[in-house]
Each structure stands twice: as C-alpha cells, then as structure tokens.
Write a protein that binds this ligand. Structure first.
Ligand code: 5AD
Length: 339
C-alpha cells in the first residue's frame, strides 16, 4: 500500500527502488504527495533549519551549439533573439545583484563557443577577486582541463543536469551525444572537487517511472551536492511542441524523493517547478527544497533566455524591483529566513 509505505519515509531504512516505484504507481495520487512532502520538508528542516539559500543567476549568453529537442535555446530555433553579454555587462550585473543582497552568483549560458575556456577563466578570476562572491558555473560541457582551470580561478560549484538517466531517451533528445558522455563529465567535475549539481526533467515524452527512480539513484551514487528537478514544459519552437507537459504533482513527488534520498543536498525549487505551481507558489518551498535561484539577468536580456514558456516571467517582480527583497517576503510567508 503506497500510503503506508510513504508513512515509513522517516522511520524505516531508505526506500528501495521497488518501493519508490510502488510509491509512484499512481503518479497523481494527492495523498501520497502530501505524505512525501511533509517527510521531505521535515528532513530539510532538520538538515538546513528554516534557512532558504538564495543564489542570483546571470544568464550571460543564450547562444548554443547544441540542438536539444526540448530546449528553446536549441541552435535550430531561428525565432529567438540571440545575445551575448560582455565582461563589463556581466560585472555590472554582479554589482547589481550584490546591491540587492546576493552573495552567491550563478553564471549560466548556452554552450557558446565565443565564450571559450580562456575567456571564462579570466572572467571567473576577475569576479571572484573583485567581488568575493561564491560562484557557481552552469555553462555546459567543456574540455576536462578547462574544468580544472576554472576551479583554480575560483569557481567551485558546477551545475550540469544529467537530464535523464535513460540512455535511449537521452540519445533521442540530444543529437550527437550520449548519456555516457554526460555521466563522464559529471564524474570528472566531481573528482576535481566541484560541488556538482546534476538533475532531471520530469515528464519527458517516452520517459518511464522506472527511469525517474533511476535518476534519483544516479544522483545518490554520484553523491551530488546539488540537484535540479523540474517538469518538462513543451516549447512551441521545438520538435516537442505538441508533447504533453510534465505532471506538476509527479515532479513534486520526485523532488520529495530526491530530498529523502539525498538529505544534505542543496535542492532548489527550480524555476520550471515554480512556473508549474504559479497558482500555489508556497507548495514547492514545502516539499524539500532549500534553495531558490532568482534571475538577476538584466531585464532587457532575460526575456530572451527562453528555455520554456513562462520562464522569463517566473519571478513576479517588475524590472528594477529588488528580487532578493521579494524572496525575503516569500520566505517569511512560509516561516523561512533567507541567507
Ligand atoms: N522544459 C523544462 N526544462 C527545460 N530545460 C531546457 N528546456 C526545458 C523545457 N522545455 C532545462 C534543462 C536544462 C536547464 C538549463 O533547463 O534541464 O539543463
């Protein structure tokens, strides 16, 4: 019985693969969701207290060499205004984020060849020495030696979702590459000492419940320090435009299961999850996440970082408003305090 099983989340030994599958047998069951969320939230309170960690994300280029079937930034999407911020613009964005209150910054981009590793290394060193912020990178796959040089320059967290642990599905969604390659990059980042952040989309076309459980097991085996879990949201300018969106309920269950399997992992309420729950914005914060990554990209560019519909308006703040202060208020509404 899935409900009885869910109630064991905090008491018994960790769930086995078979037990996790049993918990998901009815993906939309609201009672199982409720029980799992409560357990995941308790684990999160035990490990991180009532602290909500904020990281400001700067999306500094939406130019990408890849052609991932789900992503609005895919190179085949000709109906997207492409932009690339330069160093001065990025420094200004960091300074603006610091003025709001952020002390942790994520630099994210498409796999933009013009931001070659040498230039990235200089950027990272400059930001870390000038501003003393904690820097996370999310710029895709690079030559392995570049990861080492970026770490020497002062980056020590790296987000790179594994997207799906189903090798066949991975190959279908990512022309020209494979899950094996992605896994190698993740284990390399890990072995270099990066706090490493894999993660997956929930509800990809053809994705099985078993592969979702495998996603959690993959992140546990990697001993991921961070994990990003969000629903798949079809983008009209991609081949998956007519696919069904990922279930918000199932996504939240996967977030809760991720927290229960990886108690000490930094788990964001991802932007896509917040988009899926925009009518119930407190819920994602109460199912295990301890992090939010608000967008601090300059307003004129962030509207073009269009990974999926709804994303560029996910943070309900006006241009120029302090998104850090906004999240202080949001956190307070659910009894959390931002750090
Ligand atoms: N729906 C949900 N998430 C998406 N991403 C990209 N496209 C979509 C989409 N259509 C996610 C991927 C990627 C991250 C930056 O955004 O998981 O790693």
């Amino acid at each position: 019985d899935p409900k009885a099983l869910a109630h064991r989340a905090l008491a018994g030994p960790p769930f086995t693969k078979e037990e996790m599958l049993a918990l998901l047998r009815d993906p939309e069951d609201p009672e199982v969701l409720h029980i799992l969320c409560r357990a995941a939230h308790l684990v999160r309170l035990k490990v991180f207290g009532n602290v909500l960690v904020l990281r400001g994300i700067i999306e500094f280029s939406n130019i990408c060499r890849n052609d991932c079937l789900y992503c609005g930034l895919r190179r085949s999407n000709r109906n997207l205004v492409r932009y690339r911020m330069d160093e001065e613009e990025i420094f200004a964005a960091v300074e603006r984020a610091i003025r709001m209150g952020f002390r942790r910054i994520v630099l994210q981009s498409g796999e933009d060849g013009a931001w070659h590793p040498d230039r990235l290394v200089r950027l990272v060193r400059e930001i870390v020495t000038r501003y003393g912020v904690v820097l996370t990178l999310s710029v895709g796959e690079l030559p392995f030696e570049a990861y080492r040089r970026l770490m020497d320059a002062g980056a020590y967290r790296y987000l790179m979702r594994h997207e799906t642990s189903d090798p066949e599905l991975y190959a279908r969604l990512h022309p020209g590459t494979s899950f094996g390659v992605r896994r190698e990059h993740l284990y390399t980042l890990k072995s270099l000492g990066y706090a490493t952040g894999p993660g997956m989309m929930v509800g990809l076309p053809g994705q099985t419940l078993e592969s979702l459980v495998d996603d959690v097991i993959f992140m546990r085996e990697l001993r991921a320090e961070m994990a990003g879990v969000g629903p798949f949201i079809p983008h009209p300018e991609t081949p998956l435009r007519d696919a069904a969106p990922g279930s918000p309920i199932l996504t939240l269950k996967m977030v809760a299961l991720t927290r229960l399997n990886l108690p000490e992992t930094h788990l964001p309420a991802t932007t896509a999850l917040r988009v899926a729950f925009r009518d119930n914005p407190h819920l994602p914060l109460l199912c295990g996440p301890n992090v939010v990554m608000p967008d601090v990209t300059p307003p004129r560019w962030k509207v073009h970082y269009d990974l999926y519909p709804g994303k560029t308006k996910a943070d309900l703040v006006d241009d120029g408003e302090n998104v850090y202060a906004y999240w202080e208020r949001q956190a307070a509404e659910v009894g959390l305090v931002v750090d």
